[in-house]
Each structure stands twice: as structure tokens, then as C-alpha cells.
Design a protein around this ligand. Structure first.
Ligand code: SF4
Ligand code: SF4
Length: 164
């Protein structure tokens, strides 16, 4: 009886040892999550975002703190997109409100923290902000050049009008 039980047990062990692995080496490997999973931080592309702030207006718990800048041609850009995960209900209303579909969940569920106040994430990275700064400077210099050209054209037109 003892021998049969041992053999059965060993059989089960050997079958699972060589069978398909059902476990993950967490945290190095992460369990794949479902398509509609709402979790982790909010991610967005500042180049696609139109800085309308509809996401923040839709948020029932004031979990989004945004900072918008306006360029020399009056176009708005997102400079800071802070998601306070400690306040977030993961209701998805912000994602649904985004008219350009740039807002998504990064699905990185392992973001536990000891402090609620530390649970914030800026979806605009420092590298993104450096690119934005460059873009704003470029637009400002183009706008200045256009304004100068327009002023010169006006001056020439005025001079011609005066001579006639
Ligand atoms: S998921 Fe809900 S609570 Fe969280 S930031 Fe979006 S709208 Fe606000
Ligand atoms: S709703 Fe979308 S486009 Fe508008 S500010 Fe939010 S992320 Fe940007």
C-alpha cells in the first residue's frame, strides 16, 4: 500500500515537472492582464493630446492634476499630467472622455506604496517636457519671424500708398 501511494505521488510530480509551466517568476515576469483591465497609471502621448482637459472634468474624485501651456500661436499643450493613484477609483471615465483616444492604462499593477501622497505619476516625462520646450521655442521663433514679415509687408504697402 505504501509503495503504491509513493509511486502515484511520484507519477504526479514527474507529470507536472515536465508539463506546461503554470507559474510566473514574479516580479521579473508579469502575469498578462485582460484587454479591458483598468489599472496601473494613466499613460498619454502629449503630441496627440489637445489639452482640452475633458478627462479632468470627467473625474469624479479630482485624481487628475494637469498643467497646460499655450504656445505663441495660441495652441494648447500638456506640460504636466499628474495622476494621483491614491485618489483614483479606476472608474475609466477619464479614458472614455478623451476625444482623441490618447489616454490609456499602462496596466502596470505593481505600484504599491507606503504613502498615499507618494502615489502620483506624471504621464509627461522629463524627456517629453524637454521636447515640448524645444517645440514651444521653435513655434515662438517662427511666429516672431512671421510677425516681422507681416509688419514689413504692411510698411511697404503703406509706403506705396503714400507715394501714389
Ligand atoms: S479612472 Fe476615474 S477616478 Fe481615476 S482618474 Fe480616471 S476619472 Fe478619475
Ligand atoms: S481628454 Fe484626452 S486630449 Fe483632452 S486633455 Fe485629457 S488626455 Fe488630453
Amino acid at each position: 500500500m505504501f509503495g503504491k501511494g509513493l509511486l502515484t505521488g511520484m507519477g504526479v510530480t514527474i507529470k507536472h515537472f515536465f508539463g506546461k509551466k503554470e507559474t510566473f517568476c514574479y516580479p521579473e515576469e508579469k502575469l498578462p492582464v485582460a484587454e479591458g483591465f483598468r489599472g496601473g497609471n494613466l499613460a498619454m502621448d502629449w503630441r496627440v493630446c489637445i489639452a482640452c482637459q475633458l478627462c479632468a472634468m470627467a473625474c469624479p474624485n479630482k485624481a487628475l492634476e494637469l498643467k497646460v501651456v499655450t504656445d505663441a500661436k495660441k495652441k494648447r499643450h500638456m506640460e504636466h499630467y499628474v495622476h494621483k493613484t491614491g485618489r483614483c477609483l479606476f472608474c475609466n471615465l477619464c479614458v472614455e472622455a478623451c476625444p482623441v483616444h490618447t489616454l490609456k492604462w499602462d496596466k502596470d499593477f505593481a505600484f504599491s506604496s507606503w504613502s498615499k501622497t507618494a502615489m502620483t505619476h506624471d504621464a509627461v516625462s522629463d524627456a517629453d517636457r524637454a521636447d515640448l520646450k524645444e517645440l514651444l521655442a521653435d513655434i515662438a521663433s517662427k511666429a516672431e519671424a512671421e510677425a516681422k514679415a507681416a509688419a514689413q509687408a504692411k510698411q511697404q504697402a503703406d509706403t506705396k500708398g503714400g507715394e501714389a
